[in-house]
Design a protein around this ligand. Structure first.
Ligand code: NAG
Ligand code: NAG
Ligand code: NAG
Ligand code: NAG
Ligand code: NAG
Length: 672
């Protein structure tokens, strides 16, 4: 309905325009007071546009010389989009008469050429948002554009070649709230360059060449992005002023010590990832400093190493990709709001949370790809933790009940460690005591009775045994046991997951026979059994609910009729490539594929062989007739053999009868 209305208006305005001017219709789209002339190879605005238009989009055209004429004398504009033209000249004072112009986009033009002429574009009286990105502008050139822009709130200078922010750069645009200087080559910011901008709340200085900030004092700033510079130090002026800073991005720099942040802050988001932090200290120890020389000491306030930083509003802290070896408890004491802590890809060897109430709001903890050998959480810590990432460490032994202590845990990523799994304590039926050690290896971890756990990743752990009832009372939805070659699964290992398990991954486990009954898992939908040694599939004794099954790269020759029958109802996707299938003993399965009842994404690699032929054939080319003719031939051989035998018997019978009757005749003649 709305679309129809718009179309109607469009047609109407085009008709109105054509009535007003007898010349051809403008090629632009006119929707009420908005005119869209993008991508039309125009050198100027069409002359016959309706009067009083508010929005004019001339982006991606060929405008070169921006004058009253090229804009067809429209002064009522609120919004003017000139992005991606070839503008290298702007008539001075052009925008002075546009009292309503609020949004001006001049990005991707050649305004450096204009700036070379050392001319001012004149006042931008009402402009609130100005985009000058990608214009080849360098230091000092902005003066010609923003020298008289009292209403300017948003300024983008993204993708220029500015090397220095001088003290007076923004003195003609004191209303600025948001400055984007991303992707320049800024090396220097003069003292006080932003100090006069009392409303400045967002400053993006990412992707520049800034090396240090030693006296950060913009207390009204809310968002500061210094990502992708060459920063070696970030330090705040020592003061008791409350800073409004909420987001600070210091990622991808060269910072060796934890940044010195405002004493009284509201910081919610702090990213110091991909730096050179060796610890979370704000300065190095005496010996580290000796190694580094005194470069950093020179900038640090004398008491900074002992200065206690308080982050009571911090929600997100990213310290990933540094060289941190350990983090003391005291570091987290003030972080009562922290929800996400990312310390992945460091060199941490042990991590303990043993103080009650510590990190009690933490939901996500990423400790992946460290050198963790020791990990422990005490009772009543990490009560909100939902996702724990521990992959890529060297964990071998853990307190068996470590995960039972996390009352909110949903997802555990434990792949690429060296863990062992304990038998469920409640449900232990087997091992008599003398075998206990065999079934409960020392240092094993229990995954039973973790009632909140849904996602468990245990691939690449060199697991040898999966004991019975390993996940009893733990309603897993996803279980990944892949890449544990030689894993022996107890037939009851998955007991307890009957109603919960949806994803089961057993890839690359060198399994030759699956001895667990997957059909008892009534929620199971996604099963990966690829790259094993399976020669048969287990008999499905009930109707399965599996939707996606990966059997690639096994030793399957035949899919049992009953298996196909059980799968047929639910199966949508089947991976079957690289198996030595037999063509004629899988006709039911081939029929299922050829009917497109199931999608076989790797069908190109699914081949089978005929009994009399050793060359594999793609299963799409298998014909039933070839198997049938084989059958017919054998049937006819049998028939011929039977006929020959019958004929022989009859002939022999007849011969015998003949001889017998002759002899009787002979005898009778004797009698006579
Ligand atoms: C742009 O147009 C104006 C007015 O038509 C003219 O005076 C000026 O020389 C032109 N400038 C360039 C660089 O073409
Ligand atoms: C200025 O930028 C902010 C955030 O980037 C945006 O929400 C606001 O609408 C912009 N103001 C104008 C006038 O474009
Ligand atoms: C900071 O800038 C980088 C690079 O442009 C960007 O990827 C990142 O999302 C920005 N950070 C924030 C907090 O906006
Ligand atoms: C932690 O940081 C790494 C590297 O930046 C990233 O790949 C990973 O997804 C992050 N973890 C979380 C839980 O966001
Ligand atoms: C895989 O199993 C076969 C026997 O089924 C065995 O010979 C081979 O060593 C096993 N390979 C691995 C890596 O466990």
């Amino acid at each position: 309905m709305a679309g129809f209305q718009m179309l109607f208006l469009l047609v109407l305005s085009c008709v109105a325009a054509s009535l007003r001017s007898p010349r051809q219709l403008p090629p632009c789209q006119v929707v009420q007071m908005d005119v869209f002339c993008s991508d039309l190879s125009l050198r100027s605005a069409p002359v016959n546009l309706p009067h009083g238009i508010q929005m004019l989009d001339l982006s991606r055209n060929m405008l070169q010389n921006l004058t009253h004429e090229t804009l067809a004398f429209h002064t009522s504009l609120h919004q003017l989009n000139l992005h991606s033209n070839k503008i290298h000249f702007i008539q001075p004072g052009l925008f002075k008469d546009m009292a309503n112009l609020k949004v001006l986009d001049l990005s991707r033009n050649y305004l450096d050429v204009f700036a070379h002429s050392k001319t001012n574009i004149g006042p931008l009286t009402a402009v609130e948002s100005l985009d000058l990105s990608s214009n080849g502008l360098y230091t000092g050139m902005t003066d010609y554009f923003i020298g008289e822009s009292p209403s300017l709130a948003n300024l983008s200078l993204n993708g220029n070649s500015i090397t220095k922010i001088a003290k007076n750069t923004f003195c003609g645009s004191l209303a600025l709230r948001n400055i984007n200087l991303h992707n320049n080559v800024i090396l220097e910011i003069e003292d006080g360059a932003f100090d006069t901008l009392l409303h400045l709340t967002e400053l993006d200085l990412s992707k520049n060449s800034i090396t240090c900030i030693t006296d950060f004092n913009l207390s009204q700033l809310k968002v500061l992005n210094l990502s992708k510079n060459s920063m070696e130090t970030f330090q705040t002026t020592d003061s008791d002023i409350v800073y409004d800073l909420l987001y600070l991005d210091l990622s991808e720099n060269k910072i060796p010590y934890f940044p010195l942040l405002p004493r009284r802050n509201k910081l919610m988001y702090l990213d110091v990832s991909r730096n050179r932090l060796r610890s979370v200290n704000v300065t190095g120890t005496a010996e580290e400093l000796a190694n580094f020389g005194d470069t950093f000491l020179a900038h640090a306030p004398p008491d900074s190493s002992t200065r206690h930083q308080i982050f009571s509003n911090l929600i997100y802290l990213d310290l990933s990709y540094n060289q941190i070896k350990s983090i003391p408890h005291s570091f987290f004491c003030s972080m009562i709001s922290l929800e996400v802590l990312n310390v992945s890809n460091n060199c941490i060897g042990s991590f303990f949370v043993d103080q009650e109430g510590l990190l009690e709001n933490l939901k996500v903890l990423d400790l992946s790809y460290n050198a963790l050998q020791k990990l422990s959480f005490e009772e009543n810590t990490l009560q909100s933790l939902e996702e724990l990432f521990l992959q890529g460490n060297v964990l071998t032994t853990l307190d068996p009940r470590i995960f039972q202590r996390l009352p909110s845990i949903k997802s555990l990523q434990l792949q690429q460690n060296d863990l062992k799994i304990c038998v469920s304590q409640q449900k232990q039926t087997k091992p008599p005591l003398k075998y206990q050690n065999h079934y409960n290896p020392p240092g094993c971890v229990a995954f039973s009775s973790v009632p909140t756990l849904q996602f468990l990743y245990l691939s690449e752990n060199n697991l040898k045994a999966l004991p019975e009832f390993a996940f009893y009372n733990t309603p897993l939805k996803l279980l990944d046991l892949s890449l544990n070659p030689g894993l022996e699964m107890d037939p009851n290992s998955l007991s307890g997951l009957e109603n919960s398990l949806v994803h089961l991954y057993l890839r690359e486990n060198n399994i030759s026979k699956l001895n667990t009954d997957l059909s008892s898992l009534s929620s199971l939908k996604f099963v990966d059994l690829s790259t094993n040694q399976l020669t048969t599939l287990p008999l499905w004794n009930k109707e399965s609910s599996i939707e996606s099954l990966n059997l690639q790269n096994n030793n399957l020759v035949t899919l049992e009729y009953n298996t196909v029958l059980a799968l047929e109802r639910s199966l949508k996707t089947l991976y079957m490539g690289s198996n030595p299938l037999s063509c004629c003993s899988n006709l039911r399965f081939l029929h299922m594929v050829q009917r497109s009842a199931v999608v076989v994404p790797d069908i190109e690699t699914v081949t089978c062989v005929y009994p009399q032929d050793s060359e594999p054939v793609n299963i799409e080319r298998v014909t039933h007739e070839l198997c049938h003719t084989l059958d017919n031939r054998s049937v006819s051989i049998i028939v011929i053999v039977v006929i020959v035998v019958v004929v022989l018997i009859i002939v022999l019978g007849l011969l015998f009868k003949l001889c017998h009757s002759r002899r009787r005749k002979h005898n009778r003649s004797f009698n006579a």
